[in-house]
Design a protein around this ligand. Structure first.
Ligand code: ATP
Length: 370
């Protein structure tokens, strides 16, 4: 088990870079602590697999270093790094039994037969594949094969880390939930550093204690699911996390302070001062649909018309088109029992839940170095 540190790590697949957009991974520093359960979350093409393959040694980074427990592993192969990697599609030896598949990494290490057998049974039990141990792998379903692939990663207790690259892609939707919980339990039991790549926020937050959100080759935030929800550091995190994502509205500095479409917004002084300092940047206010309040028109500064109501069973999503010059749609997420106004409504953004962004980055109180 190891701490994995990335130092000024960057990667490009083609020639010399002419700008940040030429990097599949832009220069980054990052630490995965020993024993942590982490997710790497982001949309297709943001660089998740590139980063995972650099950590495991399948890919050599074009810049920077990967350190395991403080030692550079840039020149080491995946085998020498002692990493287990589970891919989207199962990798099993079809002609071997499940027991032989699981035992294979330990046999290669020359471990005694009884130790191998005990460990294989422990992992098989954790993954609920004990009844399959004597079956040939070629006769298994895709789900079962993927469990065996995972088991092969888990069976060695000396690995630096286990890396999962969208491991539940082939798993039946019914089973996905169970297997995600199972992996979490297994992490707690075996206490090994795990990094789990996914584009699914639910999968990331069920599995991981901390999530690294990736966007255009960068980690734009590393935090707990709650931190990502309550304080998105980047507008992309606001938009990508949550269901639906954060409402983001363009704001400007006007005669009455910080304004949205000519209406003054209540903004803490320290934040207003920072917004003024960075005049010329793109300014936005963000508010999660969960915190938008639909109130009587007389009780609000902003007004709009209910455009659409989507009943999701346990909650409702209400689209309100504001009657301001830019007429954006604001989404409110209301409880199942909440009444939905018809027609015109007041829209209130509680001050405590407004977040302000300059050029997509969160403005915090005391941020001097924006
Ligand atoms: N072998 C390659 N050669 C050239 N470009 C590549 C190669 N592999 C990936 N890329 C590019 O690098 C960027 C990051 O790709 P990567 O596969 O790491 O993203 P990802 O987040 O894992 O996406 P997905 O979820 O679709 O697998 C993309 O623009 C992709 O087109």
């Amino acid at each position: 088990m190891a701490e994995i540190r990335l130092e000024q790590l960057a990667h490009r697949y083609h020639g010399a870079p002419s700008g940040p957009a030429d990097y599949a991974l832009r220069p980054m520093d990052h630490v995965w602590e020993q024993g942590g359960a982490y997710a790497l979350l982001g949309p297709s093409g943001c660089g998740k697999s590139t980063l995972l393959n650099i950590i495991s040694g399948l890919l050599v980074p074009s810049e920077g270093r990967v350190l395991y427990d403080g030692k550079s592993v840039n020149d080491l192969t995946p085998q020498q790094r002692n990493i287990a990697q589970v891919f989207q599609f199962p990798v099993v030896y079809d002609t071997m039994t499940v027991h032989e598949n699981l035992a294979f990494p330990l046999r290669n290490q020359g471990q005694p037969r009884e130790r191998i057998d005990a460990r294989v049974r422990e992992v098989a039990e954790a993954l609920e594949i004990e009844p399959l141990l004597n079956r040939k792998a070629q006769n298994l379903t895709a789900d079962e094969k993927q469990k065996v692939s995972m088991g092969r990663g888990l069976v060695r207790d000396d690995v630096a880390a286990i890396l999962f690259d969208e491991p539940l892609t082939v798993i039946d939707p019914q089973l996905k939930w169970r297997l995600r919980r199972k992996l979490k339990e297994i992490h707690q039991r075996f206490n090994v550093t795990m990094v789990y790549v996914t584009h699914d926020q639910l999968e990331a937050s069920t599995f991981a204690d901390k999530i690294a959100v990736m966007y255009e080759g960068q980690i734009v935030q590393f935090g707990t699911p709650r931190e990502l929800f309550e304080n998105p550091q980047h507008t992309f995190v606001g938009y990508f996390i949550g269901s639906p994502g954060m409402n983001l509205l363009e704001i400007a500095l006007g005669a009455s302070g910080v304004e949205f479409d000519g209406h003054a917004l209540a903004v803490p002084d320290a934040i207003a001062a920072q917004l003024r300092q960075r005049e010329g940047g793109r300014l936005q206010v963000g508010i999660r649909p969960e915190f938008v309040q639909l109130v009587a028109p007389d009780d609000a500064v902003l007004h709009g018309y209910v455009d659409l109501v989507q009943d999701q069973g346990t909650f409702k999503i209400v689209d309100v088109r504001l009657d301001t010059p830019s007429a954006p749609v604001v989404k409110a997420r209301l409880g199942e029992e909440a009444g939905v106004p018809e027609g015109r409504t007041g829209v209130h953004f509680p001050e405590a839940w407004q977040r302000f962004y300059i050029d997509d980055h969160l403005v915090g109180v005391g941020d001097e170095n924006l």
